[in-house]
Design a protein around this ligand. Structure first.
Ligand code: SAH
Ligand code: SF4
Length: 344
């Protein structure tokens, strides 16, 4: 029988498993801390367990680990990590240093089924969902490589987190749990293409994280063309879901808006965007389209982006233009593909 991966268990399950091996219940808390707080990759490291207990665990259990295949550093300090999973599939995570923040962008699926026209991840389709431990292991693996603290986590890598709902929620619970990775819920952001039923469900889940919505267009006509999911969940209904989302006090929803030249970058778009967002505590991230080889879109000129931003500001909407990070190693937004296209 295959050894049990302890990171695939919740704390209560871990308690049950360890007791079934004849260990005391309180050992589960110790093991849990080793796994997540200290990121142990071997039972031999767990020095507060007895020698016999370590031996039993070596016989019956295992600790999952991602295999680092490649680590690339961009000229701006952004790092991209290519990891291999147990079944040989590959995923990417991106570390983005920015003033006093160190943000890790993690994947939730191998590929993505949403098929957004501007996104390289979407081009290859969905291979499979990541398990909760595979989502969390990205954080543990990168942390192990650094001597600095990761301050923020964004679920903006490969995949649509809300299309892998249960595993994403389990992973978030581990990221936020003070006995596990202990991130503040203010520092964790989930980004979605707009799966309305799951946004509603997330609002009732009893966990708080920052919500980011990839809006990317202001009319259904344009959004249908660039984000097929819009045919199922059109803009008006998506905005209504954002309005009813139970936002904690002083929190805002982030709207991401990939700027595509002559597609969604006009003055009329900016004005429509203001009308759509009216009454929602929010901020807008304008993301200049990151071009890649063979892509059908262009990035608007800087002046066009700035004009767009000023219209939002004039309407008292907080708006920033996101600097493209790591573009020279294809680590920028929407450029992740787990190297499956060239290296099948
Ligand atoms: N699937 C989720 C999270 C991952 S995508 C989502 O879509 O929200 C993260 C962000 O990258 C999204 O806002 C998406 O619109 C943006 N993006 C995708 N491809 C891009 C590209 N080529 N240039 C700039 N941003 C891109
Ligand atoms: Fe998937 Fe997000 Fe890319 Fe759309 S933008 S294809 S939802 S990863």
């Amino acid at each position: 029988m295959k050894n049990k991966n302890l990171k695939a268990l919740t704390l209560p399950e871990l308690k049950a498993f360890l007791t079934s091996l004849g260990m005391k219940q309180y050992r589960a808390n110790q093991v849990y801390q080793w796994l997540y707080q200290k990121g142990a990759d071997s039972f031999d490291d767990m020095t507060n367990l007895s020698k016999e207990e370590r031996h039993t665990l070596n016989e019956k259990a295992c600790i999952s680990n991602l295999i680092l295949v490649k680590r690339q550093t961009a000229s701006d300090g952004t790092e991209k990590y290519l990891f291999e999973l147990e079944d040989g599939n590959r995923i990417e995570s991106v570390l983005i240093p920015d003033e006093d923040r160190l943000t890790l962008c993690i994947s939730t699926q191998v590929g993505c089924a949403m098929g957004c026209k501007f996104c390289l991840t979407g081009k290859g389709g969905l291979k499979r969902n990541l398990e909760a431990y595979e989502i969390v292991d990205q954080v543990i693996a990168v942390r192990r490589l650094l001597n600095k603290r990761i301050t923020n986590i964004v679920l903006m890598g490969m995949g649509e987190p809300l299309a892998n709902y249960d595993n994403t929620i389990s992973a978030l619970r581990i990221l936020l749990n003070e006995k596990a990775l202990n991130f503040s819920n203010r520092k964790v952001t989930l980004s979605t293409a707009g799966l309305i039923p799951q946004i509603d469900k997330l609002g009732k889940e009893g966990i708080t994280v920052n919500l980011a919505i990839s809006l990317n267009a202001t009319t259904d006509d344009v959004r249908n063309k660039i984000m097929p999911i819009n045919k199922k969940y059109p803009i008006k209904e998506l905005i209504a879901a954002c309005k009813r989302f139970p936002l904690p006090k002083r929190r805002r929803i982030t709207f991401e808006y990939v700027m595509l030249k002559s597609i969604n970058d006009t003055k009329e778009d900016a004005e429509r965007l203001c009308r759509l967002l009216k009454g929602i505590p929010c901020k807008v991230n304008l993301i200049p389209f990151n071009e890649y080889q063979g892509c059908e879109f262009k990035k608007p000129d800087e002046e066009a982006i700035e004009r767009f931003r000023e219209i939002l500001i004039d309407h008292h909407i907080m708006a920033i233009t996101r600097k493209s990070k790591g573009a020279d190693i294809l680590a920028a937004c929407g450029q992740l593909r787990g190297e499956t296209i060239n290296n099948p």
